[in-house]
Design a protein around this ligand. Structure first.
Ligand SMILES: [Zn+2]
Ligand SMILES: [Zn+2]
Length: 325
């Protein structure tokens, strides 16, 4: 079993600025995939869990030839995390029709299951700021699947049905997927903001131990009990919102603050891949830490974390693929 992390969009909500020669390559809105494949399977083929759906994730997935997502998790309802949701839902269904020779849309909807969209109750259903308030018309192409409990391991199958506790693994399942959501503080217009922790098991290969994968979503801070969760210790990979390098904004953690979190969560005994995501840097420019919006060289220089050689900190690339050990 192989686990690949794909980072489709790694930029902040605005990515680059109009009227300025772009010094930054990163422009996609936030979207990250976990793709689980069998040994020997082509990269990008397998069970596909997408976390957030910022544009142009669909176009990038098509370019890289990956399979359509089986499940979508949403960390919060901000625009830059859902800007490709309409395209994703429609393009997935159209892809299924073409692949299976179905020409009638109504018939397709009755044959192919909708894409399960998993998120905190408020993230999906908040009357004003929730996803359904804006994308309710996609019902049928998507199935809204609210999570009612934080800090609880829950299993989910590829049909999107969620159960508390250990998964019921069927003979045909390659793997089992469990997740938990932990609440984070972000913005009052992003109700139900959370981070996700995923863990994987394989009935067929009992010796295989793949450590947790943490996808932070956007956050300014988190309550102590969240930051102290043992499930955050020494994961195989953390995709971490780091909107600025030094500027302490109101809605996001900066890299300097995140370095303390990386130290706390990584003992140094295990190999951990930390991918810095949501790289805006506009606040660093506003506050005069840099005389330009930070570019890749600035981020790379700031991301250096020499004290723990087993911990690799990298800035995530748009369209980057990282295989976990
Ligand atoms: Zn946000
Ligand atoms: Zn964001």
């Amino acid at each position: 079993m192989n686990i690949d992390i794909w980072t489709w969009g790694t930029g902040g909500p605005f990515g680059r600025e109009l009227g300025v020669v772009p010094e930054r390559r990163r422009r996609g809105h936030t979207a990250t995939s976990i793709i689980i494949s069998e040994e020997g399977e082509d990269r990008g083929r397998g069970a596909h869990i997408l976390i957030d759906a910022g544009a142009p994730c669909v176009e990038m997935m098509i370019e890289k030839g990956v399979s359509a997502p089986d499940l979508l998790f949403l960390t919060h309802p901000h625009f830059d995390h859902v800007s490709d949701l309409d395209r994703l839902a429609n393009s997935r269904m159209r892809g299924l029709m073409v692949k299976n020779g179905v020409r009638d849309f109504k018939e397709a909807k009755s044959i192919f299951r909708p894409l399960a969209v998993v998120g905190a109750e408020d993230c999906l259903h908040h009357p004003k700021d929730g996803i359904r308030a804006r994308f309710g018309y996609l019902e049928g192409l998507v199935r809204w699947t609210p999570i009612s409990n934080y800090d609880l391991w829950q299993s989910v199958n590829l049909e999107g049905s969620i159960q508390p506790g250990q998964p019921q693994v069927r003979a045909e399942d390659l793997f089992s997927l469990e997740f938990k959501a932990l609440p984070v503080r972000h913005s009052r217009h992003a109700p139900g903001s959370c981070l996700f922790i995923f863990r994987f098991g394989s009935e067929k290969k009992e010796d295989l131990q793949i450590r947790n994968v943490v996808i932070s979503g956007d956050f300014k801070s988190m309550e102590d009990w969240v930051a102290e969760s043992p499930d955050l210790l020494d994961p195989a990979c953390i995709v971490l919102d780091s909107n600025t390098i030094r500027s302490k904004g109101n809605y996001h953690a900066c890299l300097e603050e995140n370095k303390a979190r990386i130290h706390r969560w990584c003992s140094g005994d295990e190999e951990v891949l930390v991918l810095l995501n949501h790289l805006s840097g506009f606040g660093d420019y506003l506050e005069g830490f840099y005389d330009h919006v930070p570019d890749d060289d600035d981020w790379n220089a700031a991301a250096d974390l020499a004290q723990k050689p087993k911990v690799t900190v990298r800035i995530a690339e748009d369209g980057g693929c990282y295989r976990l050990k």
